[in-house]
Design a protein around this ligand. Structure first.
Ligand SMILES: Cc1cc2nc3c(=O)[nH]c(=O)nc-3n(C[C@H](O)[C@H](O)[C@H](O)COP(=O)(O)OP(=O)(O)OC[C@H]3O[C@@H](n4cnc5c(N)ncnc54)[C@H](O)[C@@H]3O)c2cc1C
Length: 448
């Protein structure tokens, strides 16, 4: 040890992230301000340790995986909502604020921040910003990327910068703000976040629940909505196995239809149009009352927890396919499931093509094979291997394949050059995300 441990609250502790990855850091610090973080960075640099920011560890991709060569910076003590501006329509928060607490405060003032990852009751605003998380409202409102206006960041060199402005429009320079959004803790520690907010909708929103004849009908229904120019507030899908897991583990009491359940929320005057699109595809349709809609929404948010209770191995896929290709992708998923004699527990933001099959195969080699086969199917269809969960270590190889196929080696090289420019000592979350994808692409010429 080259230096005394800085005078910042810390513990020695082992943790696990939500996906079950072991997190065994050298130390865990709880900074209270930026000065604390600068001290931790200097300590890490002097002792050749790396740094990983920790929100609440709900990452599903190994993004907070950490061993004795790393320090974890737990952001939970930087958890203040600093300002809700009801004229300029933004909120300024510290990163450790839990998303659910922010939602509740905004609602009291008649506002909302739409991106609502199903982990909103667990995760932090800093984590969701660093992952550019999406959620059920993504179909209409997009993911965190669309809502972040400005950030304060402690760089891996210990310098503190502010990027962006809390303005609706701002064209001053390269868009560095959105370089940090979705950067998975690899470029710096985010210490303050300005987010756009919007008034709660005034028109009545109605939720339609459709129990489908088969899974493919879900894809066809979404195409039907698009062709009829219907933009829902929310359009979600869970398959029969997820319904069964919810019934068994959360006492949900849901009807178990073979084709799963489609949940569509729209403004009241669009209900009949949606019902028309669903004609011939369902076993039953229900137009829910407000409290039933709330219950369905909450069950959908807890679906991953119900599936996790079913299986020790919960491996979340996050593929996105072009909406026009949904029925084809669904057929492909069905045939991959058949080939490996497994089921996928699909919990999908289907309205934006984000399919989320969850793999529960115990054998790690077969699981990885299936995971990659599904990812490559999405890449071949012109889709993406990740819509919102991010890359971490889990998808770095597939990310390299996607970028090399869709964008070219120069793009991956540029990404890696940016990482090296901002983090010359490779201090922040090393060997993950862009850095790991770049290493994969340069260690195996098959990718090119
Ligand atoms: C049950 C469940 C459901 C989920 N559903 C969804 C969903 O619907 N949509 C979706 O998009 N995601 C979903 N997720 C995953 C989602 O990625 C995480 O919930 C969230 O983005 C991470 O928040 P966290 O605070 O736990 O961050 P962590 O998991 O602790 O960290 C995530 C990443 O952010 C970095 N990070 C955290 N804080 C900072 C900071 N202040 N500065 C810099 N980097 C930082 C970390 O280093 C890490 O790389 C789900 C997860 C679970 C467990």
């Amino acid at each position: 040890m080259n230096n005394e441990i800085p005078n910042v609250e810390h513990v020695i502790e082992e943790r696990e992230d939500f996906s079950g990855e072991k997190v065994v850091p050298f130390l865990i610090f709880y900074p209270k301000n930026e000065e604390d973080i600068v001290k931790i960075i200097n300590f890490a640099l002097e002792n050749k340790l790396s740094i990983i920011p920790w929100g609440y560890g709900t990452s599903l991709t190994g993004a907070v995986k950490c061993d004795k060569s790393c320090i974890l910076i737990d952001m939970s003590k930087m958890n203040k909502i600093l300002e809700i501006n009801d004229v300029d329509w933004y909120v300024r928060v510290q990163p450790g604020v839990r998303l659910i607490d922010l939602f509740e405060e905004l609602e009291k003032k008649g506002f909302m921040l739409p991106p609502d990852p199903a982990s909103f009751f667990l995760c932090s605003v800093g984590g969701a910003t660093s992952e550019s998380s999406g959620g059920m409202k993504g179909v209409k409102y997009g993911s965190f990327r669309e809502w972040v206006l400005a950030l304060k960041v402690v760089l891996p060199t210990g310098e503190i910068i502010k990027v962006g402005e809390p303005l609706r429009k701002n064209r001053a320079g390269y868009d560095l703000t959105h370089l940090f959004v979705g950067s998975e803790g690899t470029l710096g520690v985010i210490t303050e976040i300005w987010l756009r907010i919007t008034p709660l909708p005034r028109r009545k929103i109605v939720t339609i629940v459709a129990w489908l004849k088969d899974f493919k009908s879900a894809g066809e229904a979404i195409i039907g909505l698009r062709k009829n120019r219907i933009l829902p507030e929310l359009s979600e899908y869970i398959d029969i196995d997820v319904i069964k897991a919810l019934n068994k583990n959360l006492n949900a009491g849901l009807k178990e239809s073979q084709g799963g359940m489609l949940i569509i929320s729209v403004e009241e005057d669009l209900v009949n149009d949606v019902v028309k699109v669903l004609e011939g595809k369902t076993e039953e349709i229900k137009i829910t009352k407000d409290d039933e809609a709330e219950r369905i929404y909450s069950l959908r948010a807890q679906a991953a927890i119900a599936v996790k209770a079913e299986s020790k191995t919960f491996f979340a896929e996050d593929i996105v396919v072009p909406i026009s290709k949904l029925p084809y992708a669904i057929e492909e998923l069905n045939s991959i499931a058949k080939k490996y004699n497994t089921k996928f527990y699909i919990i999908s933001h289907i309205g934006d093509g984000n399919l989320h099959p969850n793999i529960v195969i115990e054998d790690p080699d077969i699981r990885q094979k299936v995971f990659e086969e599904i990812g490559r199917m999405a890449i071949d269809l012109g889709g993406s291997i990740s819509g919102e969960h991010g890359i971490g270590t889990q998808k770095a190889k597939l990310m390299a394949e996607q970028i090399l196929k869709h964008n070219g080696a120069k793009v991956l090289d540029l990404m890696y050059e940016i990482k090296k420019l901002i983090d010359p000592n490779d201090l922040m979350n090393p060997d993950k995300y862009v850095e790991l994808a770049w290493k994969y692409s340069n260690s195996n010429n098959n990718y090119k």
